[in-house]
Design a protein. Sequence first.
Length: 202
Amino acid sequence: MRPTMSVVGFDYDYEFDETIALVEVWYDHESKIWTIQFKNANGDQIGAADYAHMKSQAIKTAKTAMAGKGAPIHVTDRTTGKTKTITPEAVPPLPPVETALCVDCGVDTRINGYVNRVPRDTGIIDGYNCGSCNDAYEAAQGLDHTLYEKYEKARHTEIDAMFPDAPAFREWCQRDTNENLSDEDKKQIQALVDNYRYEVNR
Ligand SMILES: [Zn+2]
């Protein structure tokens, strides 16, 4: 068995001769990346590792590769030492909802924060980080985290006045990507994004 090669981030061409018994997803503190390893029943790594910058991406990759195949996925955050086991669904997860909205503050990046925006996929929503959130996040790196929290609070107030649906959208962005997106959830998010209100005069 082999995962689809369309999954972003695979280093090498996988050639699995053995059955995958376990997938391990873990955080490497040094490189600051999430690593996905496919293992056989003896715990030996089969093929090469895959890497992702974000946990949600790493989990998505593992779930996509293992959907319908039954091998459990162990997700370990080596910073906290906590391991969580995920059982992939019998059917592949629904693709995320695509949008131009910022998954951090909820701004429509076509209207505000277009410059320096970066694509960001939460696993449920495939959107962006607006230029403003991205700049603030980078500026706060290695510094006191309260700096970003302060920015976030002010930014949310500003954005909510312009986009009344932003709080509801941010709630979806916060959803744990280990949860499965149901058809109904997807419909709701899609409707929210399609009818996203913009108070132009505020
Ligand atoms: Zn933003």
